[in-house]
Design a protein around this ligand. Structure first.
Ligand code: ADP
Ligand code: MG
Length: 245
């Protein structure tokens, strides 16, 4: 049985001006897989996942996302954005809209979903991240952990094929980290395809099918969590794990 590929990355390199930020990246994400990407600050983790929904453009190699080939002349970037949910470190909610509207506008404005259906969908996913009672508040009235769960619900409302997370807990006060990780763990249990940049190694152990370690724009090591943590092969990985564990 062939397993559906959601993200295919082949020999991808990228430069910011003269600075090479990604070097010959190869990676396949299959439907239902959970990938954790870790590595030191500046190693290119954000840049890599931002290439997956074309927030950044790569210059060499091929990226195919949910069957769509990403390249300079592509005309269907909005199809890619629709299929790829992204959750950022700093939530990026619309401050002037209620929680409910934050969740409704994507389906309504981007996918043309009727208002009543968008509202029902928003309430369903706010319930799923366990904050239905916050629907009529504004983001500023919520805690950081609640705002991040709204951001997750907002992404889910687009019913994406894959969800990308870029250090979703690193801007949170420590007591709020677990509620967001629990939400993400729930998504994983429901079978969501996920690529998570995170240094939450407990989450990686519990949820990831594979852990990818990046350093200086390259994938240095890729392993199942048990193997990655108990028997890292590369010196750079050992050094990194020594610093964060
Ligand atoms: P990470 O997420 O692993 O911390 P990033 O992908 O954010 O790494 O950044 C990788 C490198 O690229 C860093 O050296 C960073 O300074 C540089 N960089 C990131 N974004 C830009 C940009 N828009 N222009 C120029 N350099 C950038
Ligand atoms: Mg980053």
């Amino acid at each position: 049985m062939s397993v559906e590929t959601i993200i295919e990355v082949r020999n991808v390199s990228k430069w910011y001006g003269a600075f090479q930020v990604l070097t010959d990246i190869n990676l396949t994400v299959r439907k239902g897989e959970r990938i954790v990407i870790c590595g030191p600050s500046g190693s290119g983790k954000s840049t890599l996942i931002r290439c997956f929904n074309r927030l950044e453009a790569h210059q060499e190699g091929d990226i195919v996302v949910d069957g769509i080939h990403l390249h300079a002349k592509m005309r269907n970037i909005s199809d890619v954005r629709r299929n790829v949910g992204m959750v950022f470190q700093h939530f990026n909610l619309f401050p002037h809209m209620t929680v409910l509207m934050n969740c409704m506008v994507g389906p309504m404005w981007i996918s043309g979903v009727p208002e009543a259906e968008a509202r029902a969908r928003a309430l369903k996913y706010l319930d799923r991240v366990r904050i239905p009672e916050q629907a009529n508040k504004f983001p500023v009235q919520l805690s950081g952990g609640q705002q991040q769960r709204v951001a997750i619900a907002r992404s889910l409302c687009m019913q994406p094929a894959v969800m990308l997370f870029d250090e979703p807990t690193s801007a949170l006060d420590p007591e709020m980290v677990s509620e967001v990780l629990e939400t993400m763990t729930g998504l994983a249990k429901d079978g969501m395809t996920m690529v998570c940049v995170t240094h939450e190694m407990g989450f990686a152990r519990a949820v990831a099918d594979r852990v990818i370690f990046m350093n200086a724009g390259q994938i240095v090591e890729e392993a199942k969590p048990d193997e990655f943590f108990s028997n890292p092969r590369h010196e750079r990985t050992k050094l990194f794990l020594g610093q964060i564990l």
